[in-house]
Structures are given as structure tokens and as C-alpha cells.
Design a protein around this ligand. Structure first.
Ligand code: ZN
Length: 140
């Protein structure tokens, strides 16, 4: 376990037609952040999300070509390959009020998005390959 102090909270929004993943990562880069929590709500025009198949140890992607609410966007920033790496999950509300969700991928297009970036102060948290899961997980 690593303990952090909250350094600062940045509130911003992404613009219509921004790519949700790259929009967040551009902010992370501009603000020179290596450790953060990211929260967001809003709406997307379409979404690209993934499910990690634990049996095959691979991600299965799915494109939802429909406008949906961002009910919850949640994730973190840590270090992978010596640079900041964002890992985000998203729950999306469809027009029939059902919910889908998964691991956020590029090509999820913003309609509107309010973001809270909680910047943390402390030791760098590194992601490393974990043979048991075949995922890049936090190393302690
Ligand atoms: Zn994930």
C-alpha cells in the first residue's frame, strides 16, 4: 500500500466531439500528472469499450453506435513504461434506461463531459506485468 495526500482537484469539461480517452490523457499530459483519480459524468455520441475475458486472457471490444449517458466514469493514472498511463472504466445509460459498461477505449466520442481530476502527491505507482492475470497491474 502507498498512502497519498490530495494535492489539488482540477475541474474541467471536455468538448463535444472530443475523444473521451485521449481528451483525458491530453489533460494529464498538460498538467504533468503522474498520479490521480479521475471522475466524470456526461454523455457520449458513441462508445468503444472492452471486457477482459479471464479465460482467454484477452480484451473483447464492443462498439455501441448510439448516444448514451455517462452514468459513471471512474479511473486512475499511474505509471506504465515510464510514462503516465490512464485506466478508466465507464458505465453508460442507454435510451431504454438499461446500462452497459466496461473498460474505456479510444473512439468513445464525447457529447458533453464534466471531469474531476484529483491529483495525488506521493510516491510514483508503477504498473508491471502480472503473470497470474496477464494484466499490467500496480506493483507494490
Ligand atoms: Zn480496465
Amino acid at each position: 500500500m502507498i498512502k497519498y495526500n490530495l494535492k489539488e482537484i482540477c475541474r474541467t469539461r471536455l468538448k463535444k466531439d472530443d475523444d473521451l480517452y485521449f481528451g483525458i490523457m491530453d489533460l494529464i499530459e498538460k498538467l504533468n500528472i503522474d498520479s490521480a483519480l479521475v471522475l466524470g459524468i456526461g454523455a457520449v455520441q458513441r462508445a468503444n469499450i472492452a471486457y477482459f475475458n479471464q479465460k482467454n486472457k484477452s480484451y473483447e471490444n464492443f462498439h455501441y453506435n448510439e448516444p448514451m449517458e455517462i452514468l459513471s466514469l471512474k479511473g486512475n493514472v499511474s505509471i506504465k513504461d515510464n510514462k503516465p498511463f490512464g485506466h478508466f472504466h465507464i458505465s453508460l445509460g442507454r435510451s431504454d434506461f438499461s446500462v452497459v459498461g466496461g473498460h474505456l477505449l479510444p473512439d468513445t466520442i464525447v457529447y458533453a463531459c464534466e471531469l474531476d481530476i484529483l491529483i495525488l502527491d506521493g510516491k510514483k505507482l508503477i504498473r508491471d506485468f502480472d503473470p497470474a492475470t496477464e494484466l499490467y497491474l500496480w506493483k507494490f
